[in-house]
Design a binder for this molecule. Structure first.
Ligand code: HEC
Ligand code: HEC
Length: 397
């Protein structure tokens, strides 16, 4: 499109040059003619001069005029459709140009303006932020390194509107500040939009993202990884993952994959973007998971999931983790969504006008991975009970 725009522009320059040079030439010719005329009226006034004979007028003269008219008509007939054809391209080019401009401005804000880079890392691969944890009374508890999730898969788990909400209000009680004016931050909506444009431009492709999650499992156990891929392959044709047709992994494998993904906190594997613990386990974001809340203060956005099997059926659970929640919409039979629980099984922006990169329908986790996490979470009460009992036996608390 840029190439087309430049050809159009150079074409316009050529036409302009022809018009200017031609105009100058006409003026010059007229001036010369005018000078030659001097004194001629004394011999014979121009209006008395004998004009061309009829044969000349109705013959070559008329033909010349008609041909000239035809040539002008041809120019209009060709150039109008050409303009009409090129117009959508030009508009598209203009949109792309502004997209690039915003992306660039967003990058400037990401790197220097708001310094998101200092916590979320270069190209938003994830990082950490030093943070002082305080208790309910504002008393110092400890200074910790809080994981800032990678944002290069952000658009798969949060819709544009949800991202804007996070940026505007930040995450109170965590190192993530509020950036929007409405949340008490310094930036206008337009500035936030440019940052979001920048984030769009650095999203991983669906294949890169899938590989990132799969490799996190592979790095723990290759056999587990291969069994997972085999089940994925076997389900390739199954449309509805919540049906009997869907083939599941062994329970032991599901528990294991679920545990890996639930707790994942490894910058190399996408920060802790895939981790559920960072939002559901107080302390998980700074390496002190499951400690009693009183000891480490808060620091987790979502509810405690121990005992979730009593609140959601297995299918409700699967659908919730797949789709996430929406503001004000009920989930399961009693939950009320805030839009802050991301959907991990579907692309949050697919089909919306905001999805400018058209990244498709895939979410961050494939169905057998979501089932695995669901199984793991529904087993948390047992696991916590075992941990608690062990601690008691060891005389710790
Ligand atoms: C001082 C460090 C810091 C800075 C600066 C910062 N963030 Fe964050 N951000 C964090 C932390 C830590 C979290 C995780 C909070 C939590 O645990 O809930 C986070 C969370 C987020 C999330 C939610 C991601 C998710 O999956 O939950 C988004 C989006 C985000 N930040 C975007 C930005 C952008 C854009 C900027 C720059 C305008 C920015 N952040 C600047 C530390 C920071
Ligand atoms: C960015 C933070 C965040 C992450 C990451 C996150 N959740 Fe959530 N989750 C929430 C919030 C917030 C809620 C409460 C519902 C709401 O506010 O919409 C929730 C609710 C839930 C619930 C329902 C709990 C209840 O008691 O009703 C389940 C189940 C759940 N999440 C599972 C998961 C799983 C599995 C993962 C990882 C794959 C995950 N969550 C990752 C924020 C998060």
């Amino acid at each position: 499109m840029i190439a087309l725009m430049t050809t159009q522009r150079s074409f316009a320059y050529v036409v302009l040059a022809i018009v200017v040079i031609g105009g100058a030439f006409v003026v010059f010719a007229q001036m010369r003619k005018g000078r030659a005329e001097l004194g001629s009226e004394i011999e014979l006034a121009p209006n008395r001069k004998e004009y061309l004979p009829d044969e000349e007028l109705e013959g070559p003269k008329l033909n010349k005029a008609l041909w000239a008219a035809f040539a002008l008509l041809a120019i209009v007939a060709v150039s109008l459709p050409m303009y009409w054809l090129a117009e959508p391209g030009r508009q598209h080019g203009a949109v792309e140009h502004y997209q690039e401009l915003f992306t660039h401005r967003g990058e400037t804000m990401y790197v220097t303006g708001a310094q998101c880079v200092s916590c979320h890392g270069t190209k938003a691969v994830g990082g950490t932020a030093s943070f002082v944890v305080t208790d309910e009374n504002g008393q110092y508890v400890s200074t910790v390194n809080w994981t800032a999730p990678s944002l290069n898969t952000l658009m798969y788990r949060f819709s544009v509107a949800e991202v804007k909400d996070i940026l505007t209000y930040g995450r109170p009680g965590t190192p993530m500040p509020a950036w929007g004016v409405a949340g008490g931050g310094p930036n206008t909506d337009q500035q936030l939009k440019t940052v979001i444009d920048y984030l769009w431009s650095i999203q991983l492709t669906p294949e890169e993202m899938r590989a990132q999650v799969d490799n996190a499992i592979k790095s723990v156990d290759e056999g587990l990884h291969d069994r997972m891929l085999a089940v994925r392959e076997a389900n390739a044709e199954v449309v509805d993952p919540v049906s009997d047709e869907f083939e599941r992994l062994d329970r032991a494998d599901e528990l294991w994959i679920g545990e890996i993904l639930f707790n994942l906190d490894d910058a190399a594997a996408g920060g802790n973007a895939f981790s559920c613990a960072r939002c559901h386990v107080p302390g998980a974001s700074f390496g002190q998971p499951w400690s009693p809340v009183g000891e480490i203060a808060k620091g987790a956005l979502g509810p405690n999931l121990v005992g979730i099997e009593d609140r959601l059926t297995e299918n409700q659970h699967f659908l919730l983790v797949t789709n996430g929640t929406e503001t004000g919409k009920q989930y399961g039979s009693v939950g009320l969504g805030s839009g802050r629980m991301p959907g991990f099984g579907v692309n949050a922006n697919n089909g919306l006008t905001g999805d400018i990169r058209k990244f498709g329908t895939s979410g961050m986790l494939s169905p057998e991975q979501v089932w695995s996490i669901v199984t793991y979470e529904r087993n948390l009460s047992k696991e916590r009970a075992i941990v608690a009992a062990t601690n008691e036996n060891e005389g710790e608390d």
